[in-house]
Design a binder for this molecule. Structure first.
Ligand SMILES: Cc1cc2nc3c(=O)[nH]c(=O)nc-3n(C[C@H](O)[C@H](O)[C@H](O)COP(=O)(O)OP(=O)(O)OC[C@H]3O[C@@H](n4cnc5c(N)ncnc54)[C@H](O)[C@@H]3O)c2cc1C
Ligand code: SF4
Ligand code: SF4
Ligand code: SF4
Length: 411
């Protein structure tokens, strides 16, 4: 610790992941994470309360990653699996193979608690501590927007102080790293850290704007980012008057703006310090893109990494109890189409991002912003061509054909 100042003064807002670690670390409650104008959680320090002890720096995962102080107790190379729940209902209602729910089932049956993300009021995700299966069911499914972690890390610590039972914590890699930094070694022993491969989080305010316009201002009563009834990941929203928005994820405009154009993704996610090996979770879950043919299944297949003995034991137990189908695979196969699992160098942030968010702040509609800032079709073609792996093959073969044609003409 070079300076005794709050961690946000060291890293700056642009590198902050909104993990809520510092809020829980501060003993005088000088930090509160609030949703900023762009739609991301950022710390606000009460300078009257802060006594400049600098202790929150020890729990800031961005600082710990920067100085190489993240817990190093991981396998050099994780064990990789294809996996899915054997419970058809669980598998179909989960984002990929439903492995999270099966790990949660195991923790609850051992008398423990499960911490994860549910939809809160006004379609705002939040982390809760669950003791029942029905709360785990609320956690099921990815909510592709930032979660309000609140004081849940403190609740985990309180639970560990008063019980001998286990805890499963699930969240983004930055949240998992934040909790790990807050735990004492004897507390860490009872916590199973489950992270997922994370592309990033888009702005919560943009999501609310998009939702508001889905049914012309009519309120939305149910929303699933990844419904499976069409056989491809599909966004399914239902309005109060029963109208439905059912559209493949790849064609949904909120998703396109987030995943393809990165117009409202959180800035730090593009160079996420946690999107790499060694992974931060005991267990890492993701979608098995590029799944070998023998396991492909439209009901969903998860890619799973175990990076510690603890993670390995938990996976083996779910498999032994007959809850999860677990097939060993190679890390290279598991990451071939999911490079986000292994490297931080992710994507670049377009210049139009700032203009898009400023437009939202000034009150423009999502439809208008989409029309103005989403790239045109021709741009998209060139963008996907230039970022495709086959571009060099295409360019080289084009040049070779040209040269041959010129040579023939000369003959
Ligand atoms: C923002 C985000 C980005 C992702 N990016 C990728 C990616 O690039 N590549 C990839 O392979 N997989 C990605 N995933 C993970 C993937 O969508 C599945 O969540 C994962 O495969 C686990 O699926 P499952 O079927 O086991 O469990 P599910 O039941 O589908 O998973 C739900 C779990 O995710 C947690 N969760 C849901 N939303 C949030 C949230 N907003 N913040 C914190 N925790 C949350 C819940 O607590 C629960 O533990 C992402 C998930 C999220 C939320
Ligand atoms: S009092 Fe200490 S822990 Fe709290 S915000 Fe200030 S520097 Fe951080
Ligand atoms: S602990 Fe988390 S929320 Fe606080 S400054 Fe660091 S990254 Fe941001
Ligand atoms: S991409 Fe990285 S910084 Fe962004 S939410 Fe995911 S883990 Fe956190």
């Amino acid at each position: 610790m070079t300076q005794r100042v709050p961690c946000i003064d060291v890293i700056g807002l642009a590198r902050c992941t909104g993990c809520f670690g510092c809020q829980s670390a501060c003993h005088v409650d000088a930090i509160k994470l609030l949703l900023d104008a762009d739609g991301f959680y950022k710390p606000l320090v009460d300078r009257n309360k802060c006594n400049e002890c600098g202790l929150c720096q020890l729990s800031c995962p961005v600082i710990l990653a920067q100085i190489g102080k993240l817990d190093a107790d991981r396998f050099r190379e994780p064990k990789a699996f294809a996996a899915w729940s054997k419970d058809e209902k669980v598998r179909l209602s989960s984002s990929s193979g439903g492995v999270f729910s099966e790990l949660a089932r195991q923790t609850l049956s051992a008398g423990g608690v499960v911490v994860g993300c549910v939809w809160g009021n006004g379609w705002t995700p939040e982390h809760i501590l669950a003791r029942t299966w029905s709360d785990v069911e609320r956690m099921r499914g990815s909510k592709y927007v930032p979660s309000k972690v609140g004081d849940v890390y403190r609740q985990v610590k309180d639970f560990l102080a008063m019980n001998d039972n286990p805890v499963l914590f699930s969240g983004t890699p930055c949240q998992v790293a934040a909790l790990e930094a807050l735990l004492r070694p004897e507390q860490r022993e009872r916590v199973l850290l489950v992270e997922f491969i994370c592309h990033g989080v888009p702005s919560l305010r943009v999501f609310h704007l998009y939702m508001h316009e889905l049914f012309g201002g009519e309120s939305v009563v149910s929303y699933t980012f990844r419904d499976k009834t069409l056989g491809v990941p599909t966004v399914l929203a239902t309005a109060a008057f029963r109208a439905q928005h059912l559209i493949p994820m790849s064609s949904d405009s909120f998703f396109q703006g987030f995943v393809c154009h990165h117009l409202y993704v959180m800035e730090v996610c593009s160079t996420c310090p946690f999107a790499c090996m060694p992974r931060r979770g005991d267990i890492t879950l993701g979608d098995f893109w590029g799944c070998p043919e023998q396991w492909q299944d439209k009901r969903g297949v998860s890619v799973v990494f175990a990076s510690t003995e603890k993670g390995m034991e938990a996976l083996q137990l779910t498999s032994k109890l007959g809850h999860v189908e677990l097939r060993i695979t190679e890390v290279a196969v598991a990451t071939l189409r999911n490079s986000r699992a292994v490297r931080s160098r992710g994507y670049s942030i377009p210049r139009a991002r700032r203009a898009f968010l400023d437009g939202m702040i000034k009150g423009a509609s999502f439809k208008r912003l989409r029309g103005k800032y989403f790239p045109r079709r021709l741009h998209l073609f060139w963008y996907s061509f230039l970022s495709s792996q086959s571009k060099w093959r295409f360019i080289v073969s084009f040049i070779v054909r040209r040269i041959r044609r010129i040579q023939k003409m000369k003959e």
